[in-house]
Write a protein that binds this ligand. Structure first.
Ligand SMILES: NC(=O)c1ccc[n+]([C@@H]2O[C@H](COP(=O)([O-])OP(=O)(O)OC[C@H]3O[C@@H](n4cnc5c(N)ncnc54)[C@H](O)[C@@H]3O)[C@@H](O)[C@H]2O)c1
Length: 274
């Protein structure tokens, strides 16, 4: 299905990341992946020792997980979407190697207003917190895509997919507040880019809302077991699992499809219930 095709996979923290399931599915169907992870780059300035150690650890775990799950030959790069120079460097490196890509998985999110599973009320969220979450979790889809395009790295007919959650649309039993707004922006960006990039390059852009999933670092940081159980009980089919998500994302990333600007659900039907 993906023979001769190459996809950029962002958002792998470890083997439990949703992005890893997608990457494995692409590799299983003979596609190539280029994986990006957080790490210390020359563009980081004035990093505290704590931040440096966090980024070093993040990169080792990311690289080790990619090698183990996807193979030693898979390209890995540092990419921090808060640094335009990091996105530029990543794209320049691909260009220098004469690499072009057939798609991108955006699986990046961060919200510092959720701490120890406790969500800050929206009325207490500062402008900086709002902008940080928006930059990392939503605008990064624009910033990565536009740099790929500037460097002519996106093949005609390529496909982009991002990951969202039902909280982009409605207040859920576990209200996410600040990140919900960023997810809503991510979904709207998906639709606007689908129009722009479809006309310019035949590129498709879609987004998938997924069930709550405790397995990843992001999931563990934000969810309680009771949240996951609640969604499972409410969903006609129970919660979807990461492999279900990988099937849908790879379907959307497949070459020669005509689906674009969609906000899909892989959630066991949670979204249809009251
Ligand atoms: N876990 C869930 O319940 C769930 C449900 C629906 C959607 N999602 C979405 O799926 C995506 C992947 O999440 P996950 O559950 O696999 O968790 P994860 O923790 O494995 O992935 C989040 C990724 O974001 C990356 N990231 C954070 N800040 C970054 C930055 N500045 N630059 C580059 N990368 C950065 C992290 O390194 C990490 O790899 C996210 O968009 C998340 O919102 C998750």
């Amino acid at each position: 299905m993906f023979k001769g095709k190459t996809y950029i996979i962002t958002g792998i923290a470890d083997k439990h990341s949703l992005a890893m399931y997608v990457a494995k599915e692409i590799v299983k169907h003979n596609g190539q992946v280029i994986c990006t992870g957080l790490g210390v780059s020359q563009h980081h300035k004035n990093l505290s020792d704590r931040a440096k150690s966090f980024l070093h650890k993040s990169y080792s775990l990311f690289k080790e997980s990619v090698e183990k799950e996807l193979g030693k030959d898979v390209e890995t790069h540092i990419l921090d979407v808060t640094l335009p120079e990091s996105i530029e460097e990543f794209c320049s490196k691909l260009k220098a190697k004469n690499l072009k890509v057939d798609g991108l998985l955006h699986a990046i999110a961060m919200d510092k207003t959720i701490r120890n599973k406790i969500v800050k009320p929206l009325l207490e969220v500062t402008f900086d917190e709002f902008c940080d979450t928006m930059e990392v979790s939503a605008f990064s889809l624009v910033s990565i895509t536009s740099k790929l395009k500037d460097h002519s790295l996106l093949n005609a007919g390529s496909s982009i997919c991002s990951l969202s959650y039902i909280a982009a649309k409605k207040v859920t039993f576990h209200p996410y507040r600040n990140i919900s707004i960023a997810k809503a922006a991510l979904e709207r960006i998906t639709i606007e880019l689908a129009d722009e990039l479809g006309r310019q390059n035949g590129t498709r852009v879609n987004c998938v809302r997924f069930s709550p999933y405790l397995g990843s670092k992001a999931g563990t940081a934000t969810l309680n077991t009771s949240d996951v159980d609640h969604a499972a009980n409410k969903s006609p089919l129970g919660n979807a699992n990461p492999q279900d998500l990988a099937y849908e994302v790879t379907h959307l990333l497949r070459p020669d499809m005509k689906i674009t600007g969609e906000i899909r659900h892989v959630d066991g039907g949670y979204n249809i219930v009251g």
